[in-house]
Write a new protein. Structure first.
Lengths: 207, 207, 207, 207
DNA sequence: ACATAATCGAGACGGTACGTCCCGTCTTGTT
DNA sequence: AACAAGACGGGACGTACCGTCTCGATTATGT
C-alpha cells in the first residue's frame, strides 16, 4: 500500500536506505493517536511526526496521503483471535459474540472500530481494507460455524447464511451502540443467539 | 441546544432581535454541506457562513461550537414517516425495513446517517441527539409492532423485544454497509424478516 | 460641521428633539480619548459611544464620519490665551514662544497637537480646521507683534513677516520634537528669539 | 531590529533558512503601501502579505509587530544625498533647503515623512529610528556648514548652532505645512536663508 | 578511501481556517 | 423622532496546521 515504496525485489539502489525504525515508529505513533480517540480527520501528520520523533518529509516520502498511512497502520493490527470453536453451534456463536463484545469494551479497539465504521464512507479504500482485514475473516468464521450447524442438523437446511450472519453481527453492533441501558450487557450474547436461533414465532412443540 | 439562546419565556431582551432568516439559512447551509458528503471535521464555519450569506459572527453568536450547530441542524430533520402499520407483523416489519433501506439509498440521508454513526463516539452530544431524534422514535414504532404481535399470538410470548429489535435493525445496517454484493438488495427486507421470524433452528412441523 | 444637523432656523420638526447632553458627552468622550494618546485611526466610534454612555446610532446620526466628529471636538477647544503682549518685541516673542513650549509639555495638548500634525495629510479637513482654529490666530498675534516692531523701528523695515514667523514657530516645533537633549529647554525661547533677531552674520557694530 | 532574527555570527541553525527574497518583497510591499498614502494604522499585515506574494506567517515569523516591520522598512531607505556643499555658507544652505523642499514635493517621500512625523509620538521606536536615520545625518551636514562659516568669519563666532539649525529646518517644515499660499514657494529657500542670516533687527551699516 | 546519492531531522514556504474584535448599518421596544 | 441596545454582513487580526520545499548532516554502496 505504500505508494512510493521501492520495489521489493529490485536491486538495492544507491544512497542511504530508508530507516525501518522510522517506519515502525510512524506506524506506532499513528496507532497510538488513533487509539486515543483522535479521528482520521483530526489526525495531523505533524502530530504523528512529532510523536514518532521524525520529520514530516520522512512520512510523506512513504505515504502520499494520510488515509494511506492509516490503512497501512490498521493493516498491522492482527485480529486478536476472534475464532474459538468446536462446541455446539450455540456455544460457538455465544463465544464469538462475547469476543466482539469484549473488544468493544477496550478503548483502543473501540476507537479503531469506530474509525473503520465512521470514515469508511468518506475514504473508500479504508472501508475496503477494513472489510478485507476484519470483516471478511470474521464473517468466514461464523459462516463456517453456521455451515457446520446445517450439516449436523442443528440449523435449518435452508438457512440464509448471509442474513443469519447479518442478524447476529448487526445485533451486537446495534446494542453496543444504541442500547438503552448499559447494565444488562453481561448476558447479551446469550440473549441474542437464543432469540436468533428460536425465531420470533412461537413453536408448537415448545409451549 | 443553542448555547447562548435567550430563554423562551423571558422578557424580550433589548436591542435588535436575532434574525430568524439567518437561523434558517445557517441551518440549511449546514445540512446542504453535510448532505454533499462533507464530514463534521471537514465542515468549516467559514464555508457555512459563505453558503448561507452570513457573517461568521452571526454563527458564533448562536452556537459556540461546530458540533452544537450540527446537532441543531440534524434536529430540524423530521424523520420522514418511518411508521407504516396495520397488517400482519411480517408485513409491517418488511415495510419498515424497506423504508430504512430506501432512506439509505438517498445521498443526503446516507451522509447524515453516516455522520450520526461516525462522529458520535467523538461527539457524545451528537450521538445522544441522534438517538433521541431518530433511533428512539423508530425503536418505539417497531416495538409497538412486536408487542401487538405478541398480543395477537403471532409472536412468542417470551420474545425479548430489545433483542428482536436489535436483530432486525442491526441486520439492515450491517447488510447495507458490509454486504458482499450490492445486487440482491431488492428482497433484503423480506429475507431478514423471514429468517428472524423463523429462527435458525429447524421446526419439526415445517419439514 | 455636523453633516446631518437640522437647520438652525427651521421650524422644529416633530418627534423627540436631540439630546444636548448626548452632544456634550460624545464630544467630551472624544477629547478624553484623544487626550489619552489614542490617535484618530485607533479611535473607535464604539469606544466613544461606550465612554459617553450613548448608542452608536446617536453618534452616527450627528456625524457621518469619524473625522467630522474629531474636527468638531477640536473646535470646542478654546486656544488657551496665546496672546500676551505690550512690551518690547523681544519680550513679546519670548512670552509667546514660552506659551507654546508650555502647552507642548501638557499631555492633552501634546496629543491633540500631534493629531493635528499627524493626521492632517490623510484628513485634509482636519488640517484645514486646525489651521483655522489654531495656526491662523496665533500667526496673526505674532504678525501683529512683528508689524509693531517694524513701525517702532525695532525691526528691519523690509522684514519678510511670513518667513520670520516660520523661523520662530518652526524652530519651537523642531526643537520640541527633535532636540538632542531635553535639558536646556528652560531658556529655549530666549535663545531662539535672540538668534533670530540678531541673524547669523556678525555685525560690525557688535564686536 | 528583527525581533526573532538569528544572531549574525552564530552557527547556522537547522532547517531551511529564511528566504532573503521574501525579506525583500515584504519590505518593498510595505514601502509601496506607505508610499501610496496608507498610514501605519491603516496598513494591514494581510495587505502587505498579499502585495508581497507571501503568507502572513512569513511576515510574523520575522517581525512580531507591525511597527517593527515599518521601522525596518524605513531603515532600508537611504537618505538620497541631501548634502551638497563647497560654496559660500548662503549657497550651501539654500541648496540644502532646496533639497528638502524638493523631497517634500514627491508623493512617496512626503508620505514617509508624514509617517515619521505623525506616528512617532505613538510609536517611540519609530521616532527614534527616524531621528537616527534621517534627522541626525542632516543635522550634521548643516552643522558642518555652519561651523565652517564661523571659521571663515562668514558667521558670528557666538552663533548657537543648535538654534540656528532649528530655525532653518523648522521654517521649511512650517512653511511646507502651513504656508498660506502655495504659490511663492519657488524662492522660499533663499528667503528663509536670507532672513536668518540677516536677523530681524536693522543693521546700522545697511540703510 | 572515497565520491555518489538517497535519506534523515529541522524548519521555512504559500496557504486555509480558526475564533475574536471592531467596523458602519440596521432593526427592535421605549421615551 | 430620537434613544440604548444589540444583531447584522464584512474585514483584519494573530495562531495552528496543511502539504511542499530547502537546508546541512548522515549512512549506505560501488568504485
Amino acid at each position: 500500500m505504500k505508494t512510493q515504496q521501492t520495489a521489493e525485489g529490485a536491486a538495492r539502489s544507491a544512497g542511504r536506505p530508508r530507516s525501518e525504525k522510522a517506519d515502525r515508529s510512524i506506524i506506532e505513533a499513528t496507532l497510538e493517536l488513533l487509539g486515543e480517540g483522535i479521528g482520521v480527520s483530526e489526525l495531523s501528520i505533524e502530530s504523528i511526526a512529532s510523536r514518532a520523533g521524525v520529520g514530516k518529509t520522512t512520512i510523506y516520502r512513504r505515504w502520499s496521503n494520510k488515509v494511506d498511512l492509516v490503512v497501512d497502520a490498521l493493516a498491522t493490527l492482527k485480529p486478536p483471535i476472534p475464532l474459538p470453536q468446536g462446541g455446539t453451534v450455540r456455544d460457538d456463536l455465544v463465544t464469538y459474540l462475547r469476543v466482539i463484545q469484549e473488544e468493544a469494551s477496550h478503548q483502543r479497539t473501540r476507537c479503531i472500530m469506530n474509525i473503520a465504521m465512521s470514515d469508511s464512507e468518506r475514504h473508500p479504500r479504508l472501508a475496503e481494507r477494513f472489510r478485507e482485514l476484519t470483516v471478511e475473516p470474521r464473517r468466514e468464521v461464523v459462516a463456517a460455524v453456521l455451515r457446520r450447524g446445517i450439516e449436523t442438523g442443528e440449523l435449518r437446511a435452508d438457512l440464509d447464511i448471509d442474513v443469519a450472519l447479518a442478524l447476529l453481527s448487526g445485533a451486537v453492533i446495534w446494542l453496543t451502540k444504541w442500547s438503552r441501558s448499559g447494565d444488562s450487557d453481561a448476558d447479551l450474547p446469550e440473549r441474542i443467539v437464543d432469540e436468533a436461533l428460536k425465531g420470533f414465532r412461537p413453536r408448537p412443540d415448545e409451549p
